[in-house]
Design a protein around this ligand. Structure first.
Ligand code: O7E
Length: 211
């Protein structure tokens, strides 16, 4: 059963710290990305690190290897424990993020199939399976796979074996935590916690699905 990872896509420093403070006792990691970093600055990583749980950088890095490495080095220098990259740029681009993660003692996760309906146009089926195999081949620490499609998570699990699966799509996107929890290593939940009237209570409810 999985860790609970808060997707903290709020748009101010004060709101980020309010939600994180309430939910932190029930969390195993916090994931932040463009919404919060563009609104509040990368410096937000400092106070969020103060909650004592790992911070995951979700910039879905998707560039040439040199640029990916430069981005990944900035991420780890800012205090993050893990970075998320896209796989579709190819194995050399992903390897650049994996190497930067290894150098920093961190982790790199590769997006395979995404959770939204439009993912079915390009980022699913055989392509997702090729991305998962590539993530294994370049030594990534795990993949991102959709809580909205548990059967696809099972298919991708068969490819990656013991590597970790972090899975968004529970709650606001309709994924069922009871169904997906036994299949994954990390459950990513955003709006169902940070827009809740009582984020602590919401986080505690999702934490019930942890190991
Ligand atoms: O729907 P929510 O509010 O629970 O938020 C889900 C979070 O997961 C949000 O930050 C979104 O950007 C992210 N996400 C998906 O929803 N679907 C995906 O396929 C991939 C991600 C993601 O985070 O990728 C990297 C982990």
């Amino acid at each position: 059963m999985p860790d609970l990872i808060l997707a903290l896509d709020v748009l101010s420093r004060s709101e980020a710290l309010r939600v994180a403070d309430a939910a932190a006792p029930h969390l195993d990691a916090i994931k932040i990305g463009y919404p919060l970093v563009l609104a509040a600055g990368l410096d937000i990583a400092g106070p969020l690190s103060g909650f004592g749980i790992p911070l995951i950088a979700d910039f879905k890095v998707a560039d040439i290897p040199n640029t990916n490495r430069l981005i990944a080095e900035q991420v780890f220098a800012a205090g993050f424990s893990a970075i998320i990259c896209q796989g579709f740029c190819g194995s050399d681009s992903v390897a650049a993020c994996v190497e930067a993660a290894d150098d920093a003692g961190g982790e790199c996760y590769v997006v395979t199939e995404m959770s939204h309906p439009g993912a079915l146009e390009f980022l699913s089926g055989k392509n997702a399976e090729l991305l998962a195999q590539m993530a294994v081949d370049v030594g990534a620490h795990g993949i991102i796979a959709p809580a909205t499609r548990p059967e696809r998570v099972q298919t991708l699990r068969a490819i990656i074996g013991e590597k970790k699966i972090l899975s968004p799509g529970v709650g606001a996107q309709g994924g069922d935590p009871a169904v997906i929890a036994p299949l994954i290593d990390g459950m990513i939940v955003g709006r169902a916690i940070y827009t809740a009237e009582n984020p602590a209570k919401a986080a505690r409810a999702y934490a019930e699905f942890r190991r």
